[in-house]
Ligand binder design. Sequence first.
Ligand code: NAI
Length: 249
Amino acid sequence: MNALQGKVAIVTGGASGIGRATAELFAAEAAAVVIADLADASELAARIVATGGRAVAVRADVSDEADCARVVATAVERFGGLHVLFNNAGIIRRTTALDIEPDEWDRVMAVNVKSVYLMCRHAIPAMTSGGSIVNTGSGWGLKGGGNALSYCASKAAVVNMTRALAIDHAAAGIRVNSVNPGDTDTPMLRDEARQLSAEWASFAAEAADRPMGRAGRPEEIASAVLFLASDASSYVTGSALVVDGGGLA
Ligand code: NAI
């Protein structure tokens, strides 16, 4: 229960889904957690504090540099440093090259890709005693997928940026890895299922196609993130950990 004892962590996209489950797990493992999201996560932060944990919610758009700087400053000012960064905020647009508008393409790239650069730009100098960065890629960043061109491009970028960041910052004691979920039962996936209802007769039927007969749970992604964030993975850097119940096999 103390895998992150003494650590300060930032979780982006922490108000919902995978980020929310990870913020809860990090706090349960004794980290002080800054929950950064466009949406209000103050209720989640208050719940963590009420159960003896340490957390603060920050409203922020991770595609905006000033917001990223403010998130990092909050970690340092409130909790005295920074050791773990989970770059997890993301969006998906279910469109092809023929129907995605250029401004939507730019938005997907800004939220999914530029945010990783911006958060790292501000977080790495604050990781003065080393640290661990985990970026959320996707199975689709590794193998591609249909009707989500911008998303697939953005997640492939995240996977390769992870390797580049790992090389650049290894000497400073900073490890950088990606976690690559398959279908995971979050509000994002349920929204997608609704958008694609002609293709996906129901969320449950889609999930039943998976080798394990179900989608993943946010908590199952969170435990993989905890491994990468903690000292249990002290010789792991630049890796792309797939957590998809066998979907890539
Ligand atoms: P979600 O939609 O439940 O949560 C995403 C969170 O990110 C939301 O709270 C949202 O407000 C926040 N967010 C969006 N844009 C933001 C911005 N500009 N600044 C700050 N926060 C922002 O989604 P879910 O499923 O938990 O996704 C988390 C990550 O996992 C995403 O990067 C997603 O692409 C990735 N992923 C999800 C999979 C799934 O099946 N659910 C599969 C593979 C990857």
